[in-house]
Design a binder for this molecule. Structure first.
Ligand code: PLP
Length: 393
């Protein structure tokens, strides 16, 4: 018998992928220059030169293609620990760090390690990365979500209403996809205190999983607090996909805070989850790249410039959006109730934007701003027609 759950996952595309594929077909019909594809979060800036140099040099070494130990080489794990100590003053333990195929694999195995009963729940905040639901359900639990406030910061009232003793883990994502919100220190301190109180009330650990692929993409002096400095039961899920512009190479890590309850057991359960899924080890060439380029990041200036141009023009046209402080997305309020319908109308003007429903909120659309500045410029007349269509100007 074929597994129906897996069949359902494999035979349906995410809304983002669906729109991206539609864009390719539309380009063939009306010409690439008339399609303004704001769907995919694929970094548009090249990786740092040092990354290219390491790749070119390392591929000459035949042993680079060999298996590494399941958790990754000790050299890369030490480099990560030293880097974070230097940057954030917190020592992640190389022996509690596990190299993964990006944040997606890191999240999937961490959730597997933390969910042990069908009644277990994982809590996150809407809007959220849609795959959280897939990973949580596949690990045997269920995802619940609290609301954010109007600027997409944590709504603590909604959190209080949503949390329950079955919640084993909370996922936060800052800078956020899709809202671009960066949680400030006040929010993090409040969240840490809230969770510490709840742990005491429920009598068990609540692990905070920090999904941080956009940690380096910050604007206007925003600072992204390093969560292990504030909350002991933290598991960092980091990815180099966006920071080094290498999403197709699949490299990241999970690191359990050495201060976490049962840190060693949790780490071994994460390793066991990786083993059970057949991950074997993270790509060895890219472990080397991270070891040698651990302090490098792609230049994110273009994301800021794109944000500035897009947000100011959308506002001029009468649209309403929150100015993102990080990541490379602009989350805009749909001028009509249904974001799906708005996205469909936008399509007729060649503009492809993702409706917010799959992110767990209604009434918004997401623009990915990791596009060429030229695409934004060329899309302005189409955005103007769209605004006119909805009588905004
Ligand atoms: N988490 C968030 C919030 C993301 O936006 C993405 C990718 O876009 C991921 C996780 C997965 O990233 P990775 O390529 O590291 O698996």
């Amino acid at each position: 018998m074929i597994n129906e759950k897996m069949y359902a996952l494999g035979s349906t595309r995410s809304k983002i992928r669906e729109l991206f594929e539609y864009g390719k077909q539309l380009s063939q019909k009306i010409g690439k220059e008339n399609v303004f594809d704001y769907t995919l979060g694929n970094p548009s800036v090249p990786c740092p030169e040092e990354v290219t140099n390491v790749i070119v040099n390392e591929v000459k070494n035949p042993s680079i293609h060999g298996y590494t130990s399941a958790q990754g080489t000790i050299e890369v794990r030490k480099a990560i620990s030293d880097y974070n100590l230097n940057r954030y003053g917190f020592k992640l333990d190389p022996d509690l760090t596990y190299m993964t195929c990006g944040a997606a694999a890191g999240l999937a195995i961490t959730l597997r390690a933390l969910i042990s009963s069908p009644s277990d729940k994982v809590l996150t905040f809407a809007p959220f990365f849609p795959e959280y639901k897939v990973f949580t359900e596949n690990a045997g639990g269920s995802l619940v979500y609290a609301k954010c406030n109007e600027v997409f910061d944590i709504d603590f009232e909604s959190l209080e209403e949503t949390i329950c003793p079955e919640v084993q883990a909370i996922i936060i994502n800052s800078p956020n996809n899709p809202s671009g919100t960066v949680y400030g220190e006040d929010t993090v301190i409040k969240l840490a205190k809230f969770l510490e109180d709840k742990q005491k009330e429920y009598g068990h650990a609540i692990y905070l999983i920090t999904d941080e692929p956009y940690r380096e993409i910050l604007f206007d002096g925003a600072v992204c607090p390093f969560i292990p400095n504030y909350y002991d039961n933290t598991v960092v899920c980091y990815s180099y996909s966006k920071a080094l512009s290498v999403p197709g190479e699949r490299i990241g890590y999970v690191s359990v805070s050495p201060k976490a309850e049962n840190a060693q057991k949790l780490y071994l359960a994460i390793a066991g989850a990786g083993r059970s899924l057949g991950y074997v080890c993270a790509p060895s060439l890219f472990q080397k790249v991270v070891e040698l380029c651990v302090d490098k990041v792609s230049d994110s200036q273009v994301y800021k410039d794109n944000r500035d141009v897009l947000v100011s023009n959308l506002e001029k046209l009468g649209f309403d959006c929150v100015n993102p402080k990080g990541a490379f997305y602009v989350f805009m309020k749909s001028p009509i109730e249904s974001a799906e319908e708005f996205s469909d109308v936008a399509k007729t003007f060649g503009i492809l934007v993702v409706p917010s429903d799959s992110f767990g909120v209604k009434g918004y659309v997401r623009f990915a701003t990791c596009v060429s500045p030229d695409l934004i410029k060329r899309s302005l007349p189409a955005l103007e027609k769209l605004a006119k269509h909805f009588n905004l100007i």
